[in-house]
Unconditional design. Structure first.
Length: 723
């Protein structure tokens, strides 16, 4: 049966289940539909499905390039069959433990169409069948009940507007307690289930009749706002500002919000910090614990004797300079003294100032004394660069700490510390508070921690400004390298990066005076986009011998807007990869050959927020997309493609820890909220061979001059200083 317009419905009996994933719910079904000569292939998601069941599927026809005409279902409902043939096929499909095709036939022959009701309500009668005794009867009944509960939960969730994919995640998280949990507090979904935000949970709560001004909603709203604020980089927020923003965003009475804050404080879900700054800050408990424990661990780590306490720094310096054949600069020499007399140290500085050479010298000294050195960085790209520059093995921090799926945490922690004497963490400006807390808590107390990074870059994407706070605390040894070495002075990218950092406009190259840093003037946003497309279409290839699909990264200040990453990705995809095998999921067209980025940590897949790769295959038989990330092929089931975004263009924040042969930076005054010096500085320092800024000179001037970026609310520096 096919009815209606737009999204339509088909109904019929399931003849065969070609594929069904118990984890994702994705199914490929062969369905006998009245009026259709051949079986219809139905693809979609359903909690459970078995041959013989009656199916109704809402969706539409589509033509699969490999498998022909199929029915793409956005909703699938199933019900027990009503014919004897269907019931027998249904029971013999493996749905019920203890019943296979042989017993299914015997049950139908004995009880006819009443067999399902017998299993449900009069299971003792099952023992009338030869071969079914008390043990098998119990097994059948328990399996029947278990399947019924799962179906009821999924039906309940989907009836409240939750998609099948989200419903599976909810059931996987809460199990058979899902209905009770969601009914008692729908807002638990926003706290516990990836992909369900406060707004969705709020709609479900409204459908249950929960009042918009209820204390339950206000409490969830306050915690939601703190999580949203942490996504903006804050570890905490002033209490009165939080209440005001929550009132505006959620339309909840401020008195009720204050009541919710007091309730959260009483239950210790929220913590109020009053003694370390001019204004009281409200924390989520997890963020407060991470900040206080990190400060305590840094202080504890920095105590005691360094591992080379008996070494003579002057002799070590002389030895290592001879070993590497380089006379270190004065600031580098001073850093050698510091690292031999301190257990926690920061090395910071811009491009071309010798951070890599200094780290190599430090590693050589420690290794000569048989100390075990471990190298890591926050992202896979940064770890790869560290390995290449040091010539030694380097891993991501997640791999260093080893994620444990059984506990949802890391295997290396305070009670099971890492093994090693010296831990070198590169791109430390990317360290957010939660990850820094996990790392330092897992270090052995006798170890040395060396953090290397550029504090003038953007702070971490996640909450906190750990590197900056460590420096500002004045309790940690800091080597700030400033001298640009001669070989780096030939690069306009490097010299302009330092000019930008000092508040001086960069000097741009021209066809008459070629180099590696250009400004292409464009006044209107449409003109910026047109010239950007022209660069990618032809000029970068013909003039600079660069492949736009491989060598060029577009870095933009914002995610949204005409020149935001989302819009640019759609247009660049159409320009650089317009045809080929594709799949449309979560509002994005993914094609073989597309560049993509992971946008959240997936420990099971061993890929992390910010990892970039390329789609190499779309496998419809196994319902997955294969992505090459760092030389390893990763499988993404279709229902998990919301973990990926196109990455022809990415935000400057997301580019941290990476280098590209060429970066193109569209800047416009419409980005005025984001035109900050450290943003432009970070973007420019991502380019290895070529940097091109496209936009009005005024936008470039605004970026260089503006240092008034919003300060992050964090108290790590004060906690360290107080100690």
């Amino acid at each position: 049966m096919i009815s209606g317009t737009g999204h339509q419905e088909i109904s019929g009996h399931v003849e065969r289940v070609t594929f069904h994933s118990a984890d994702s719910g994705f199914a490929v079904l062969q369905v006998r539909v009245k009026g259709e000569r051949d079986l219809i292939t139905v693809v979609g998601k359903t909690a459970d499905v078995h041959a013989g069941e009656y199916l109704t599927a809402r969706g539409e026809w589509f033509m699969d390039p490999s498998h022909g005409r199929q029915w793409k279902a956005e909703m699938i409902r199933t019900s027990p069959p009503d014919s004897l043939e269907g019931i027998e096929r249904f029971l013999g499909s493996g749905l019920i433990d203890g019943i296979g095709p042989v017993y299914a036939k015997k049950l139908v022959e004995t009880f006819g169409k009443d067999v399902l009701e017998v299993i449900e309500s009069r299971s003792a009668r099952l023992e009338e069948i030869p071969g079914i005794g008390p043990s098998r009867r119990k097994k059948i009944k328990e399996s029947w009940n278990r399947n019924r509960v799962v179906r009821e939960i999924m039906t309940f969730l989907m009836s409240h507007g939750i998609s099948t994919a989200r419903a599976f995640r909810i059931h996987k998280t809460y199990g058979e307690d899902a209905m009770r949990r969601v009914q008692s507090d729908p807002y638990c979904l926003a706290r516990d289930i990836r992909g369900i935000g406060f707004r969705t949970a709020d709609e479900i709560a409204r459908s249950f009749g929960i009042d918009a001004n209820s204390l339950l909603r206000a409490r969830a709203g306050i915690e939601y706002m703190l999580r949203e604020i942490s996504a903006r980089g804050h570890c905490a927020y002033p209490r009165e500002d939080l209440v005001r923003e929550a009132e505006e965003a959620l339309d909840i009475d401020p008195d009720r919000l204050e009541e919710a804050v007091l309730k959260g404080l009483a239950e210790k879900r929220l913590i109020l910090e009053t003694g370390l700054g001019p204004r009281p800050l409200l924390y989520l408990k997890s963020m407060f614990s991470a900040e206080t424990e990190l400060a305590e661990d840094i202080r504890a780590l920095n105590e005691g004797d360094p591992p080379l306490k008996d070494a003579d720094p002057d002799k070590a310096l002389q030895w290592v300079q001879e070993a590497i054949g380089i006379e270190l600069a004065p600031k580098q020499q001073e850093a050698i003294h510091q690292v031999l007399t301190n257990k926690v140290m920061v090395i910071t500085g811009g491009p071309g100032v010798g951070k890599t050479t200094l780290v190599q010298a430090i590693l050589k000294i420690f290794e000569a004394r048989k100390k075990k050195v471990r190298l890591a960085a926050p992202t896979g790209r940064a770890a790869k660069r560290l390995a290449e520059s040091s010539g030694k093995h380097a891993v991501t921090l997640h791999r260093l700490l080893i994620y444990d799926p059984a506990t949802g945490g890391f295997k290396h922690n305070r009670s099971h510390p890492l093994k090693g004497d010296v831990f070198v963490i590169d791109e430390a400006s990317m360290l957010d508070l939660p990850l820094a807390h996990q790392l330092v808590s897992a270090l052995p107390r006798e170890a040395v921690l060396l953090l290397v990074g550029d504090v003038d870059q953007l702070p971490s994407v996640g909450p906190g400004r750990v590197l900056g706070d460590l420096i500002d605390s004045d309790r940690i040894a800091v080597a700030r390298l400033t001298e640009i070495f001669r070989q780096a002075q030939d690069s306009a990218i490097i010299t302009n990066a330092h000019r930008i950092n000092r508040g001086i406009l960069p000097e741009t190259c021209s066809p008459a005076h070629p180099g590696d840093f250009y400004l292409i003037p464009a006044e209107e946003a449409e003109d910026v986009d047109r010239k950007l497309q022209g660069l990618l279409r032809e000029k970068l290839r013909s003039r600079f011998r660069l492949d736009p699909r491989r060598d060029v990264q577009v870095l933009t200040p914002m995610q949204r807007g005409p020149l935001g990453a989302r819009n640019l990705n759609d247009r660049i995809q159409q320009l650089l990869n317009p045809r080929g095998d594709q799949i449309d999921r979560f509002g994005t067209i993914f094609r073989v050959g597309d560049r993509v980025m992971q946008i959240l940590n997936n420990y099971d897949r061993d890929v992390y927020n910010g990892d970039m790769g390329r789609i190499v295959d779309i496998d419809r038989e196994d319902a997955c997309v294969w992505v090459d990330i760092g030389g390893e092929k990763k499988s993404y089931p279709f229902h998990e493609l919301d973990e990926l975004v196109l990455s022809y263009s990415v935000t400057i924040h997301k580019s941290q820890g990476s280098e590209y042969p060429c970066v193109v930076i569209p800047l416009h005054t419409q980005h005025y909220m984001m035109l900050q010096r450290n943003l432009l500085y970070t973007a420019v320092t991502r380019g290895k061979k070529l940097v091109i800024v496209v936009g009005p000179a005024k936008a470039l001037q605004m970026s260089v001059r503006n240092t008034d970026g919003s300060q992050r609310h964090t108290r790590l520096a004060q906690r360290l200083a107080r100690g």
